[in-house]
Design a protein around this ligand. Structure first.
Ligand SMILES: *[C@@H]1O[C@H](CO)[C@@H](O)[C@H](O)[C@H]1NC(C)=O
Ligand SMILES: *[C@@H]1O[C@H](CO)[C@@H](O)[C@H](O)[C@H]1NC(C)=O
Ligand SMILES: *[C@@H]1O[C@H](CO)[C@@H](O)[C@H](O)[C@H]1NC(C)=O
Ligand SMILES: *[C@@H]1O[C@H](CO)[C@@H](O)[C@H](O)[C@H]1NC(C)=O
Ligand SMILES: *[C@@H]1O[C@H](CO)[C@@H](O)[C@H](O)[C@H]1NC(C)=O
Ligand SMILES: *[C@@H]1O[C@H](CO)[C@@H](O)[C@H](O)[C@H]1NC(C)=O
Ligand SMILES: *[C@@H]1O[C@H](CO)[C@@H](O)[C@H](O)[C@H]1NC(C)=O
Ligand SMILES: *[C@@H]1O[C@H](CO)[C@@H](O)[C@H](O)[C@H]1NC(C)=O
Ligand SMILES: *[C@@H]1O[C@H](CO)[C@@H](O)[C@H](O)[C@H]1NC(C)=O
Ligand SMILES: CC(=O)N[C@H]1CO[C@H](CO)[C@@H](O)[C@@H]1O
Length: 606
């Protein structure tokens, strides 16, 4: 046995002496782990659900009453996310009576989406909640072969949903299952809509709001990932598995696999995760989190999307790296901004001129779907402006379901507001306003808007007080409105303060600049000045961002935008104001100036 081996060795030694063999290069070292900042989708981006298709990652997030709704973001590097399309951009996609407007609750509308890809088709499965009744829900499935186009998204196929947060799972035998909060699972035939009776397979580890289920099949097991604990500081991600999709499911002894509950971390409410793999097979989780600290008091951006690494050993349960502002984890794909979509990137600044023939920027949202004709770009004689036709409802209106007298004042038929997400802790948002009132109590201005019951507005308004009046029968005032009635946990009063506009500001044709900014992420400052004369700016009024955190908007996040109203003047039941009032906004800008990533740490916006 020894000799032939020796002979081989000798032969090999001779061969290499005759023809020197290059020493093979050492295997490349594994790429170093990455460091990046969370949230990777800052601003209101709740309930993320993500897939990886070819070289691109896609995530969908929930939008409740905002329109257009259900954004799809695309990224090639997991850090820079571009708006690819909105799944819901046409009112008639829902096919419900009254379109999609007739929702009472401020937190109704599109709940958590589920984004999946199968054989060339993207599926977004969801529930539309609360039409006329908070408990009423419609299951919806939208499909598209082109995630970069609004128009390519189908009308909704409606199905009877057992609960919120439906998830679609295709088994190897072609059967399709829906799981929902509860956790309930049943089979659905996507062609006929037929469903089997649901089975309650798991109530989680603490019996509290088991929801947001996702099923993954791996190593012969069905893994059932859920959110539980409620979408506040108790939020967590847990997992169970079974060899049989309908159970019984075995809870992971190491649950929860991802949470910051019970910690002093700045990122709280971590939960509602979805798992996906990158090109190298590494697992990642996208989850929601609030930048609130355990006080859970000031978090104007609401629930944002955070990225963390997941380790999933063969045959075992996965576990995730805890969520931090300065996150370390698997190597990231190289930076790549070559991403398609209707844009912009979520972290971009806005600088909008509303040039003639342009359309509304795609990152602007309205509250509920807008009344046709509310927003006009560069109308005749007013180039480079966004005209907001005032409607009779102001940003509060009469909050449903109390509106027994005048349905137009509930907002259920649309609001005269359009805004973008606050995406940075520190920011400056500003716009110029050319306000042309024709009667008392007309107003137009800017708002930090969470819901109809949680918003702060700075407006130019006409008043019949005589102070500051010039050449008209009404005066012009700066009106600051704090609407905090939805702030249920803290006893913040709602109030309005007015100051007469200085006479020198109110000259004909003078535009007024209105600004909202934050220097620390905790307080918002509201100020105004005549365009071109910033030295005359009012001292900012500083207000606690708690006014637009949680409360009636615990599922949503702050939008910064513009509005116009005549505060109920005109004909009962009619949406628009008496003719005359004109409001032209121009030079819209938003600049991100910093992100708070820890209780005592702010970094430049990225
Ligand atoms: C969507 O539904 C509306 C209303 O029923 C209909 O007019 C429209 O043609 C539908 N669109 C598609 C793409 O099916
Ligand atoms: C769905 O229903 C159709 C019509 O009955 C049937 O042809 C199809 O096989 C069903 N699909 C599944 C996956 O059972
Ligand atoms: C899986 O569940 C189905 C439906 O409850 C049942 O008929 C089947 O016996 C189960 N299989 C196993 C292996 O438990
Ligand atoms: C983030 O953490 C890394 C170490 O993981 C450290 O080198 C870096 O300085 C930190 N960045 C900030 C802004 O704290
Ligand atoms: C890299 O990140 C992964 C996921 O967070 C972690 O499990 C692993 O220990 C890290 N490796 C090093 C060398 O830090
Ligand atoms: C936004 O503008 C600020 C201030 O000019 C700048 O520091 C920041 O880099 C900009 N953000 C992006 C994503 O370009
Ligand atoms: C919306 O308004 C425009 C212009 O006023 C009009 O052409 C269009 O038909 C309206 N659409 C609907 C659905 O009412
Ligand atoms: C001023 O207010 C009073 C009382 O609200 C109202 O009766 C009057 O019509 C107003 N005047 C003008 C010019 O709007
Ligand atoms: C907003 O509109 C409602 C309903 O018309 C009205 O009661 C309220 O006074 C208005 N708010 C302001 C600040 O004018
Ligand atoms: C009473 C008063 O202040 N009148 C002023 C109104 O504005 C015009 C145009 O700016 C001035 O010329 C008037 O003096």
């Amino acid at each position: 046995m020894l000799l032939p081996v020796a002979g081989v060795l000798v032969g090999a030694a001779l061969a290499s002496a005759a023809l020197p063999k290059p020493t093979p290069p050492p295997p490349p070292p594994p790429p170093a782990n990455s460091t990046y900042f969370n949230p990777v989708l800052p601003g209101w981006h709740s309930d993320p659900s993500c897939v990886h298709v070819d070289d691109t990652f896609f995530c969908a997030t929930s939008t409740f009453l905002a329109f257009p709704g259900l954004p799809i973001y695309a990224s090639k590097d997991l850090i820079h996310w571009k708006l690819a399309s909105h799944v819901w951009s046409r009112l008639d996609q829902l096919g419900l009576p009254d379109g999609a407007r007739n929702v009472n609750d401020q937190q109704g509308g599109f709940y958590a989406p589920n984004l999946r890809y199968r054989k060339g088709v993207f599926y977004v499965t969801n529930t539309y909640v609360g039409q006329q009744n908070i408990n009423r829900l419609y299951g919806t499935i939208f499909t598209s072969k082109d995630p970069y186009s609004n128009a390519a998204w189908s009308n909704a196929t409606l199905f009877s949903a057992n609960a919120i947060d439906p998830d679609l799972f295709w088994d190897d035998d072609g059967k399709v299952y829906i799981s929902t909060a509860g956790i309930l699972i049943n089979e659905i035939n996507l062609t006929t809509g037929e469903q089997t009776a649901p089975v309650n397979v798991w109530t989680g580890t603490i019996n509290t709001y088991p929801e947001g289920p996702h099923i993954y099949k791996r190593d012969g097991y069905y893994y059932l990932l859920i959110a539980e604990g409620g979408t506040g500081t108790g939020h967590r991600v847990s997992i169970a598995r079974s060899k049989n999709i309908t159970g019984p499911y075995e809870s992971n002894p190491a649950n929860p696999i991802l949470t910051n509950t019970g910690t002093s971390q700045y990122f709280q409410g971590v939960g509602h995760a979805d798992l996906f793999q990158d090109a190298g097979g590494k697992w990642w989780a996208m989850a929601l989190a609030t930048r609130s600290g355990p006080d859970y008091n000031i978090f104007p951006m609401g629930r944002e999307s955070v990225l963390t690494s997941v380790t999933w050993p063969t045959g075992q349960f996965p576990f995730a790296t805890p969520v931090r502002g300065n996150e370390t984890g698997w190597p990231l794909p190289p930076k790549n901004l070559n991403v398609a979509g209707i844009g912009p990137f979520n972290n971009a600044n806005d600088s909008y001129t509303f040039a003639p023939k342009s359309s509304l920027p795609n990152n602007l949202l309205t509250w509920r779907s807008p009344v046709n004709g509310t927003f006009n770009i560069s109308p005749a004689g007013h180039s480079d402006t966004l005209q907001v036709q005032p409607t009779r409802i102001n940003l509060t209106g009469i909050v449903p379901p109390d509106a027994t007298t005048d349905g137009a004042l509930t907002g259920k038929q649309g609001h005269p507001f359009i805004g973008r997400r606050q995406t940075d802790s520190l920011f400056t948002f500003g716009v110029d306003l050319d306000f042309r009132p024709t009667a008392a109590n007309q107003e137009a201005g800017v708002s930090a808007f969470l819901t109809q019951l949680n918003h702060i507005d700075l407006a130019i308004a006409s008043t019949n007080a005589t102070t500051g009046s010039n050449s008209t029968s009404f005066g012009i005032e700066l009106r600051l409105r704090v609407e905090a009635s939805g702030q249920i946990y803290y006893n913040i009063p709602s109030y309005t303060t007015v100051t007469a506009l200085p006479a020198s500001w109110a000259t004909s044709g003078q535009k007024i600049h209105l600004q909202i900014l934050s220097n620390d992420g905790f307080f918002f400052g509201f100020s105004a000045w005549p365009v071109g004369r910033q030295s005359e700016a009012t001292q900012p009024t500083w207000l606690n961002a708690n006014i637009v955190s949680g409360g009636s908007g615990q599922f949503t996040g702050t939008l910064l935008g513009v509005y116009a109203t005549c505060n109920g003047a005109g004909t009962s039941g009619s949406l628009f104001c008496p003719a005359g009032q004109q409001n032209f906004f121009s030079s819209w800008s938003y600049t991100g100036q910093g992100q708070r990533i820890d209780n005592n740490q702010i970094v430049p916006s990225w």
